[in-house]
Design a protein around this ligand. Structure first.
Ligand code: AMP
Length: 218
């Protein structure tokens, strides 16, 4: 199957990219490629890259484009990425988007099939991020108010411990939104004219947003 091609999820931190990426990835049988998850994993293992990325991530700033393009390039060359991947949190700068175009022409696999821009107001974003909890073991995402786990602090799916990301603290959230406006929002004009670009209303339950996305994916 040639499939949908690569899928890019655009949108500010907290609009639901991670939650939706997991669902789309299961729907289409494409790997979920979250640069944030990959960086957090390297921080946990204490690799050289993880040591360098840790402080940058805690401050809410962006990790260097070259490092990001390096990890994405490696990931795209793996076998399971042949029919496309669901990107989550990548690209985040125009330099990364240009780098991705170059990578895709080098690798000669599938191209970008869909660019889904999830749109949500700032106030709602801060609410969602400050209530977010993540399972330390399986990465499942919860919200203290909108999608609480059945047992406090405990993952419904695997029983793992739920934690709050260091960068989901209010001061860091504000900084991440400012970084998004300065560095990532310009990607909207970069991609808007391309085929497969669509704006998705990010309001409502995650199931409602998934339905809208499925409508675009066909
Ligand atoms: P996320 O899980 O996507 O919210 O990413 C968490 C943090 O990892 C971000 O605030 C950045 O510091 C870093 N990060 C993740 N993806 C990228 C990227 N594509 N470019 C630069 N930094 C990134």
């Amino acid at each position: 199957m040639k499939g949908a091609g690569h899928i890019i999820l655009l949108g500010a931190p907290g609009v639901g990219k991670g939650t939706q990426a997991k669902v789309i990835s299961a729907d289409l049988g494409l790997p979920h490629v979250s640069t944030g998850d990959m960086l957090r994993a390297s921080v946990t293992t204490g690799s050289e890259m993880g040591k360098r990325a840790k402080a940058v991530m805690e401050s809410g700033a962006l990790v260097n484009d070259e490092i990001i393009l390096g990890i994405v390039s490696e990931r795209l060359r793996e076998d399971d990425a042949r029919n496309g991947v669901v990107f989550d949190g990548f690209p985040r700068t125009v330099v990364q988007a240009e780098g991705l175009d170059r990578l895709l022409s080098d690798i000669a696999g599938v191209s970008i099939g869909h660019i889904l821009h999830i749109v949500l107001e700032d106030e709602e974003i801060v609410d969602r991020l400050s209530g977010r909890r993540v399972c330390r073991d399986c990465g499942a995402i919860y919200h203290m108010r909108f999608q609480p786990p059945k047992v406090d602090g405990c993952c419904d799916r695997c029983g793992g411990e739920l934690f709050q990301r260091d960068d989901d603290q209010p001061a860091v959230i504000r900084h991440r939104l400012a970084v998004y406006m300065a560095e990532t929002a310009p990607l909207v004009s970069f991609y808007r004219g391309r085929s497969g670009y669509a704006e998705v209303d990010g309001n409502g339950t995650s199931a409602a947003v998934t339905d809208r996305i499925r409508g675009f994916l066909g």
